[in-house]
Design a protein around this ligand. Structure first.
Ligand code: UT7
Length: 325
């Protein structure tokens, strides 16, 4: 059966140049490089400078993705941007990116699913392509998450960083099976009962302030390990594939211990893993597309590879995608 597939034809990442190491943090708060590395695997994070906006990071990543695709912005008719840290309350940061890219057509909007945002954005763009509502989409995850942090809360401020990643999806015909190239499936979930585990204590209609991140780290950790492995299995089952078919696992980069536990649950070897948390820390919606750009950019992820993506974040919101590169 002939179907429309959303094939990944471009990828790109952008990290702000300013790097903050664990030692830098330990001079400002009661923490240490040893604690952060042992508990999270994080060694450094990139932090956006004053005046460097989410849309700037997103536009830089999008330009790189378009370059790899060999396409111009005018050939894209949809931008879906996942972010928790928009430039302004409105309009959508995606529309700012649209203007910065010089696009004068198509549609652009934001998606909010915190750290799972890229999976939700990919699911949305894939649905638009499959249903013939667009031909080519930029799917972006971009964050200046450092602006939501309480720099006196050592339990959260050491964990996050800023950055952006993007992929270009283009409509192509497929056979409707797991051998097709493109997005094979997406699965998204939320459970609002877990709000208090991970949230920002502010907002337009509640406090009129931006707020800062509040997290019960241990509870999030427990849910992450259980839900992420199940999510990968859900993606495989939907495509009649098995764990042995996975070429690359590209997980949300929150904590190396969560990633290791998920790998163990799935029985996957370390050499199937794309890991960036050591260099990028947790960049929320940007973490998965940055990791994709890292591994596709250096030639680890190649044409025909089966890439399994998973992520979880505040909401709780989580999900997975199976992509044949
Ligand atoms: O994208 C999804 C978002 N978030 C996550 O995925 C995060 C999930 N959770 C985690 O990654 C982990 O729970 C953390 C890394 C946040 C914390 O690790 P943990 O092993 O769960 O540590 P803990 O919170 O139980 O804290 C253990 C100790 C505490 O001290 P006491 O009470 O044992 O004396 C903390 O006060 O470590 C202390 N601690 C720190 N010490 C040095 C907490 N943060 C720090 C720190 N430096 N930065």
């Amino acid at each position: 059966m002939s179907v429309r597939r959303a094939r990944v034809v471009g990828w790109g990442g952008y990290l702000p140049p300013h790097v903050v190491t664990n030692d830098d943090l330990s001079r400002r708060i009661d923490t240490s490089d040893a604690w952060i590395v042992e508990r999270t695997g994080i060694r450094q994070r990139h932090i956006a400078s004053q005046g460097e906006l989410t849309s700037d990071l997103a536009t830089a990543a999008a330009r790189r993705a378009l370059d790899v695709a060999g396409m111009t912005a005018a050939q894209v008719d949809l931008i879906v941007l996942a972010s928790t840290t928009p430039d302004e309350t409105f309009p959508a940061t995606a529309t700012v990116v649209q203007r910065k890219l010089g696009m004068d057509g198509g549609a652009a909007f934001d998606i909010q699913a915190v750290c799972a945002g890229f999976v939700f954005a990919l699911a949305t763009a894939d649905a638009f392509i499959r249903s013939n509502q667009c031909q080519a989409a930029l799917v972006i995850g971009a964050e200046t998450f450092s602006r939501l942090l309480d720099w006196n809360d050592r339990g959260t401020c050491v964990l996050f960083g800023d950055g952006a990643g993007a992929v270009v999806l283009r409509a192509e015909p497929g056979n409707g099976d797991g051998a097709d190239r493109g997005v094979l499936s997406t699965h998204i979930h939320t459970d609002g009962r877990h709000h208090d585990m991970l949230y920002v204590n502010g907002g337009v209609s509640s406090t009129g302030t931006t707020g800062v991140v509040r997290m019960e780290g241990k509870d999030v950790f427990r849910h992450a390990v259980a839900k992420l492995a199940d999510s990968v299995d859900e993606a495989l089952a939907a495509n009649g594939l098995g764990r042995g078919d996975i070429d690359w696992l590209v997980p949300h980069q929150a904590n190396k211990r969560i990633i290791d536990a998920t790998l163990r649950k799935l029985g996957l070897a370390e050499d199937k893993l794309v890991l960036t948390v050591d260099r990028h820390a947790n960049t929320s919606a940007a973490s998965v597309p940055l990791a994709l750009a890292d591994a596709a950019g250096d030639g680890r992820i190649r044409s025909g590879h089966l890439v399994l993506i998973e992520a979880i974040g505040g909401g709780l919101a989580w999900g997975s995608a199976a992509v044949r590169w």
